[in-house]
Design a binder for this molecule. Structure first.
Ligand code: GLV
Ligand code: MN
Ligand code: MN
Length: 426
């Protein structure tokens, strides 16, 4: 370990950097920064500038992920890739976002490296700080695509997915200045990656209730995103009698309620179902809707109940559609299994917190994270930071600078004590 840490200062720096990032938005009055937009690019530039100031060598990979490389002891530029500890999070946001989700993890990684720069400290391994661009999946029908590319699991068909304006991911990459044909170059070799560690706000109430600033994540819930398209028959709102309507919206509404009932009946699996996006066609006040599409976001703490629930939902949705003279079709474009955080890394994080006098409890993540992709490449673990009221995906999202400082300090102590030899064989 090297010296004492000024936790207050680290927290204040995190807060100031988060504020700066939060000012970069697609919309004037709220924070929205979707993947591969000009605002994503501006945020990426700012992050790269901070990384460079912290003496990292910066680069942008084929998916626009910013990488800051803090060289290992004695590492010479241009030498063969040195094994590295990966630290990061994301800089894209949901629509009308809070400012901590993702940003905190990127800023924390940079602050940790700033600390080592100031202490003149290098390690036998390199540290790469990563700023991913597609964790939220709020633009294209992809989720975690930038971390998937780094983990070598990007699926080429994702390039054909379109955003709400009909722009394909392929086109958006070109507009951003990226080469869709080069996606494979983003993949990191397994022996290059020693582990992936991420700091993130909790986005739930557990730490606040436990009265603890930070916690250590044990696993991340699995998730489906399934597009449900309901077909009915358009008709005149004033003339078609109620009993003979084929109203696609009413069928879709009943399906959303069915999803709610299915999830509520499985609370032991921490199941949650959400319909947060629905498009209604033709979208006129006096026309019975003939086509409705929505996305079911379905999550659970283990995979078997989640799979069973999706099958059951599809059955119920088919019955609802049939009873209303409608059709229904399903397309699951995101199926991410439950991902466990590596026990040796969890223990390392708990020890790092303990060394600072913090009693970090272990907890499960209901929210999705880049670690789910990174688990396909290497072991991963996460620190959660208490957030006010457990509120997230909401502009009211808030973490105190003291809690953020505690998380950054824990990350610093963790990196100082990181020993890749502790990774269990196999
Ligand atoms: C990302 O925040 C997700 O869990 O959807
Ligand atoms: Mn996030
Ligand atoms: Mn989020």
């Amino acid at each position: 370990m090297t010296g004492t840490l000024d936790i207050e200062r680290l927290g204040r720096r995190a807060e100031a950097m988060i504020e700066e990032l939060a000012a970069i938005s697609e919309e004037p009055d709220r924070l929205t920064r979707r993947f591969l937009t000009p605002e994503h690019k501006r945020a990426a530039h700012l992050v790269a500038q901070w990384m460079a100031e912290a003496t990292m060598v910066t680069s942008e990979d084929a998916l626009g992920t910013v990488r800051g490389h803090y060289a290992a002891q004695g590492e010479t530029a241009g030498a063969n890739a040195v094994p590295r500890l990966l630290v990061g999070s994301h800089i894209d946001t949901v629509i009308n976002a809070g400012k901590y989700d993702g940003m905190l993890g990127v800023v924390a990684g940079i602050l940790a490296i700033e600390h080592f720069r100031d202490a003149g400290r290098r390690f036998p391994f390199a540290v790469d700080v990563l700023a991913f661009g597609d964790e939220e999946g709020s633009r294209f029908p992809t989720v975690l695509s930038s971390s998937a590319a780094l983990a070598g699991t990007f699926e080429p068909r994702w390039l054909d997915g379109t955003d709400r304006d009909g722009i394909t991911l392929r086109q958006a990459m070109q507009d951003y200045g990226l080469d869709p044909g080069a996606v494979g170059t983003a993949a990191m070799a397994r022996d290059e990656a020693l582990a992936y560690v991420e700091i993130h706000i909790e986005q739930g109430p557990v730490l606040e209730r436990a009265n603890q600033p930070i916690g250590v994540v044990t696993s991340i819930a699995g998730q489906y995103r399934t597009r449900v398209t309901v077909g009915g028959m358009a008709g005149h709102a004033g003339t078609v009698p109620m009993p003979i309507r084929q109203d696609a919206l009413l069928a879709a509404a009943e399906m959303a309620l069915a999803a709610e009932a299915i999830a509520k009946a499985r609370h032991e699996a921490a199941m949650v179902a959400t319909v947060g996006q629905m498009t209604i066609n033709p979208g006129a006040i006096n026309v019975i809707p003939d086509r409705v599409a929505f996305v079911l976001d379905l999550r659970a703490s283990s995979d078997a109940p989640r799979m069973e629930a999706l099958v059951l939902f599809q059955k119920r949705a088919e019955a609802i559609a049939a009873a209303r003279g409608c059709t229904v079709a399903f397309e699951t474009y995101h199926d991410c299994p439950t991902a466990g955080c590596a026990p040796w890394l969890q223990d390392g994080l708990v020890q790092a917190a303990t060394a600072l006098g913090i009693d970090a409890p272990r907890l499960v993540s209901g929210a999705g994270h880049d670690g789910q992709s990174m688990a396909r490449l290497t072991d991963f673990a996460m620190i959660f930071v208490r957030c006010k009221g457990g509120i997230s995906h909401n502009p009211a999202e808030f973490s105190t600078s003291a809690d953020m400082g505690a998380a950054v300090a824990t990350l610093i102590r963790f990196i100082e004590g990181f020993d890749p030899a502790r990774r269990p064989a196999g």
